[in-house]
Design a protein around this ligand. Structure first.
Ligand SMILES: N[C@H](CCC[C@H](N)C(=O)O)C(=O)O
Length: 327
């Protein structure tokens, strides 16, 4: 099968965008997973953290399905949703839209550029759920907010929440980031384990100062990524709950891919987040895929020339990070 795609990224979390609205592709469920495993493989000419399938919706201007690089489907993807928001807004010449996702129809919109010539979008992150069966996390408690998980660590406090994909978050000091603690814990809960039968995205968060945090995430179905949008949003909420940040105020969230902004809203005990960040296109490509023998040929590839502008934003973010984290 021949597939046209765009490779893009949100804060360095990169995806292959397959637009099923403009093309009459008809993928089976198995083919979607196989395409993710094949095309996201970083030993090929493509490679990515996942695939975003952009589809028609009966409920909204468009629909996003997200598949991790290991072929597993996730209910949500914050960085990916910004890329889908751009795809839909540009397709229908809209400033705002609603995108159907597995568990919610989410508001998206084009925003003032974070940095010159950096396409910037805002996406809604919702619902936010603390009930442990929503992750699921199999322990004998209804919630886990700033508590120990002795099976994972004798010292760290964790918060578990679904936004709605599952996240396990710990606020840590910088020196922990220099150790392989996060890797060990993440591989444990994303392999065969009794705590998280479906796996979980694991984030270590450093509060740099009020209004500025750093988040590093080991993503379920991928591994360490430059950034994870839902994780950065969930982490922002956790820092607000701990009094390190303010609800309704912009939080600068730094990560290994650059920086995004997050605003945490609370109304009558219900939380939602707005995630604002780049939606950068890297190149468009055409591939000829043979799923029977698990191979593909790159037929064409053309750069969008947007990355240099993004790298200026990334450079600014790195300066701040280096200073704040002493990394
Ligand atoms: N790995 C995640 C899906 C992608 C989320 C991430 N890339 C984001 O930007 O939110 C999961 O399995 O729940």
């Amino acid at each position: 099968m021949q597939i046209d795609l765009i490779k893009g990224h949100g804060s360095g979390n990169d995806f292959l965008i397959i637009d099923e609205i403009s093309h009459d592709y008809s993928f089976t469920e198995n083919q979607r997973a196989e395409l993710a495993r094949l095309l996201c493989n970083r030993e090929t000419e493509l490679g990515a953290d996942g695939i975003l399938f952009v589809m028609k919706s009966d409920l909204a201007e468009g629909r996003m399905r997200v598949f991790n690089a290991d072929g597993s489907e996730a209910s949500m993807c914050g960085n990916g949703l910004r890329l889908v928001a751009r795809t839909i807004c540009e397709k229908y010449k809209l400033e705002t839209a609603v995108i159907e996702t597995m568990k919610a129809d989410l508001k998206v919109g084009k925003k003032v550029e974070l940095s010159p010539n950096v396409e910037t979008y805002q996406v809604e992150i919702s619902p936010v759920l603390f009930e442990l069966e929503k992750l699921p996390l199999r322990i004998n408690k209804p919630e886990l907010i700033n508590e120990k998980l002795p099976e994972l660590s004798a010292e760290f406090l964790f918060t578990a929440l679904a936004v709605p994909n599952p996240h396990l978050i710990s606020l840590i000091e910088s020196d922990i980031l220099q150790t392989d603690t996060q890797k060990i814990i993440s591989e444990k809960v994303n392999g065969p384990n009794d705590l998280f039968p479906d796996g979980v995205n694991v984030s270590f968060v450093k509060v740099m100062n009020r209004g500025n945090i750093y988040v590093r995430t080991f993503e379920r179905g991928v591994g360490f990524t430059n950034a994870c949008g839902t994780a950065m949003s969930a982490s922002s909420l956790v820092t607000c709950l701990n009094g390190f940040n303010d609800f309704e105020k912009i939080i600068q969230v730094y990560n290994n891919g650059g920086m995004v902004q997050c605003v945490v809203h609370e109304s009558a005990g219900v939380y939602t987040m707005d995630l604002i960040g780049n939606a950068t296109y890297l190149y468009e490509a055409q591939v000829k895929v043979n799923l029977k023998n698990g191979s593909f040929t790159l037929l064409a590839k053309k750069d969008f020339q947007e990355q240099p502008a993004y790298e200026k934003l990334q450079e600014k973010s790195k300066e701040y990070l280096t200073d704040a984290l002493q990394v």
